[in-house]
Design a protein around this ligand. Sequence first.
Ligand SMILES: *Cc1c(COP(=O)(O)O)cnc(C)c1O
Length: 372
Amino acid sequence: MTGLSTNAIHGADHLSTVTDVMPPINVSTTYKFDNDNLIPAADLPVQDFEIPIYAREAHSNSAAVEAALGKMTGAHAVAYNSGLSAFHAAITYLNPKVLAIGGGYHGCHGVADIISRNYNMKQVGLDEFEKLGKGDVLHLETPINPHGTNYDIQYYADKAHAQGAYLLVDATFAPPPLQDPFLHGADMVMHSATKYFGGHSDLLAGVLLTKSKDVKYSLLMDKQFLGTNIANLESYLLLRSLRTFELRINQQIRNTELLLKAIVDGKFPAIKEIFHGSLQTDEYIAKQVNGCTPCFSIILQSEAMAKAFPKKLKYFHHATSLGGVESLVEWRAMSDTEIDTALVRVSVGVENSQDLIDDFTNALNEAAKEFQ
Ligand SMILES: *Cc1c(COP(=O)(O)O)cnc(C)c1O
């Protein structure tokens, strides 16, 4: 088995038709037919998405992104123009009558609500297994937004499968090497590639992963009509990003370990509670989790303190989103109507770890001083 970086950098080499070391940015929406080999569509048993015809169906860089992500994850990958397009595509393809869904990313709930409004899909809580039937879907986000805490994938896989339902895992918060949901029974995995795979806060993309070649083909067939293929420029940017993915994620993991250690050990009076996967002691954690997801949340002593805290930071921008090379904090009440208004989400970037620790702990002390 080749390693993560090798797969990220060379996973699409076989698709290259040029001598360029970096794939060129193809802006063409249409591709010339081979006049010496004209086979009518009606005579083709299956569509070959690796030979580009029209960019809504596939283009050379979307096929390259899919090849690289597939090699990196040991699965078949289908790339979309956003994480939510990937989630929508999964629900459209699996077509459940009942969707079990817990907390987690508000946008997935938004998509589910549209499907429920239009097609009467029923939504039930994550643990209401008995309400699932054959062909239904249990959607599990782990680690979960915004807390970064984990759920036991194998437990939910077993419960879903016992009902004849599928397990879809949103693994955005723990890309490889942090976890492989397929090892614990997931049927389909999604990522917002806008986050860690993209990693530079400059592209929107999503990916669905499946172990089945046939399912991938069906997803590609759907995608060409849903019109949600990843765009040309974004595909190029994502291929560029994947080349440094392993370096980035490892630095983010390391920075998060050190920052968390500093704030846990430091017992800062500004902090009421810290949420992170590494603080969980459940038995399944050792089997499922291979490191420190670079996103966590803290609850400060008051809403006012949580609102003031971001202003005291130098290297953590105050912005939503996560996974980029730049560290971010977000007073989560800005994006989430139901969240504790004293909660701050932290996304750790690749800056120097000591600089991040100094900045963060200084801001905690400043916030405590202001509100004591
Ligand atoms: C960002 C995110 C999404 C949605 O992805 P987009 O690329 O913004 O559409 C879905 N799930 C999780 C956990 C996310 O963080």
